[in-house]
Design a protein around this ligand. Structure first.
Ligand SMILES: NC(=O)c1ccc[n+]([C@@H]2O[C@H](COP(=O)([O-])OP(=O)(O)OC[C@H]3O[C@@H](n4cnc5c(N)ncnc54)[C@H](O)[C@@H]3O)[C@@H](O)[C@H]2O)c1
Ligand SMILES: O=P(O)(O)OC[C@H](O)CO
Length: 338
């Protein structure tokens, strides 16, 4: 099955997913809002700011005109930072109003929208009129773009409430180095993917302070426990959090030196100011905005999320990392399960 696919967002992950789809034989149109990036991609077949020292296939074409990128496609993949998704989706909906197509929609962004606290599939469902689209799915899991560029065996999940849609995307993406599972628990997959970034910030911060493997294992395990508590309160399947988009993504993001969230946390642990970290990174650090959304949700729903609360208070300069750790460690004892 060969399809025409628009990939909207040409950062590290958008350009790498576009490369996978292109290698799989699909006609891929990679849209970037920065014309200089489009030019670099089409002339040099590189995207040096986002994926260093990687040459993309010559047949992968980049576009700066959104309508041109979307016209005639079977599928649209949104892969811009979570907080930018709504504005891009609004533009896409206006264009779809003028076109005679009804594409499948999928996204690969790992965040919650601040303010609304919505998952990204909810944002897309709200902004793209059902007459202009088929279903909305997500692709998520432990997948650092830099490792995919080296064809490291990578396993992810395609999720949709409509299982045939997840299977549709499984077939589009899957190849011998990128293996795709399916899941109909889109709530669990999106919550796991978004909230693991908070745990990665915390893991980097611990390392920055000089703490070792016990602390890392504790953080990852209790991190999954609190992500799972929040997800289950929204109807997610608890088993999803033991899978690729849950524990799997916590493991990679909380241990990989490629992770922007881990690196940001490391610098926090070393005492660097958040504003400077964000400016110097030049790429999205999803955990920063998502920690606010997750903190708000936990308060609203009465779900206990001590690690999220700790990161929220560090990012808001209410506590140092060491003070937050001391508070976590001296909380009243509790049962591990439940
Ligand atoms: N990098 C990875 O390895 C990876 C892996 C899996 C998932 N993700 C997720 O994918 C999403 C995108 O991450 P990324 O790594 O590609 O980010 P990035 O920072 O590398 O790139 C973001 C891209 O979006 C563009 N952009 C920013 N604001 C925009 C706007 N308002 N309108 C249009 N384009 C805009 C930027 O110009 C850039 O091209 C994030 O949610 C991230 O968590 C990333
Ligand atoms: O580099 P990060 O921290 O945005 O993480 C990228 C991916 O989500 C890892 O699965």
């Amino acid at each position: 099955m060969t399809e025409k696919i628009a990939v909207l967002g040409a950062g590290s992950w958008g350009s790498m997913l576009a490369e996978i789809l292109n290698e799989n034989g699909h006609e891929v149109r990679l849209w970037a809002h920065n014309p200089a990036q489009v030019q670099e991609m089409n002339e040099k077949h590189t995207n040096q700011k986002y994926i260093k020292n990687f040459t993309f296939s010559k047949s992968l074409k980049a576009y700066s005109d959104l309508k041109e990128a979307i016209d005639g496609v079977d599928d649209i993949l949104f892969i811009v930072p979570s907080q930018a998704t709504r504005s891009v989706a609004k533009q896409v909906n206006q264009i779809l109003d003028q076109l005679n197509i009804k594409p499948y929609i999928i996204h690969g962004s790992k965040g919650l929208e601040t303010g609304t606290h919505e998952r990204i599939s909810q944002v897309l469902e709200a902004e793209i009129n059902p007459k202009n689209r088929k279903t909305v799915s997500v692709i998520s899991g432990p997948s650092q773009a830099e490792a995919v560029a080296k064809h490291d065996p990578t396993l992810v999940t395609a999720a949709s409430e409509d299982l045939p849609s997840a299977i549709h995307f499984q077939k589009l993406f899957m190849n011998d180095y990128f293996r795709v599972y399916t899941n109909n628990d889109i709530i669990g997959v999106e919550i796991g993917g978004a909230l693991k970034n908070i745990i990665a910030l915390a893991a980097g911060a611990l390392y920055g302070l000089g703490y070792g493997d016990n602390a890392k294992a504790a953080l990852m395990t209790r991190g999954v426990a609190e992500i799972s508590r929040l997800g289950v309160s929204f109807g997610a399947n608890p088993l999803t959090f033991t899978g690729l988009s849950g524990m799997g993504d916590v493991i990679v993001t909380a241990t990989s030196r490629d992770s922007r969230n881990w690196r940001a946390g490391y610098q926090l642990g070393k005492g660097k100011q958040l504003d400077d970290i964000v400016k110097d990174m030049g790429m999205v650090i999803e955990g920063v905005a998502t920690s606010q959304a997750a903190y708000d949700l936990a308060q609203e729903c009465g779900v206990e999320m001590p690690i999220t609360e700790a990161i929220h208070s560090v990012l808001n300069k209410q506590e140092t990392v060491q003070e937050a750790i001391n508070k976590l460690m001296t909380r009243e004892g509790r049962s591990e399960i439940g």
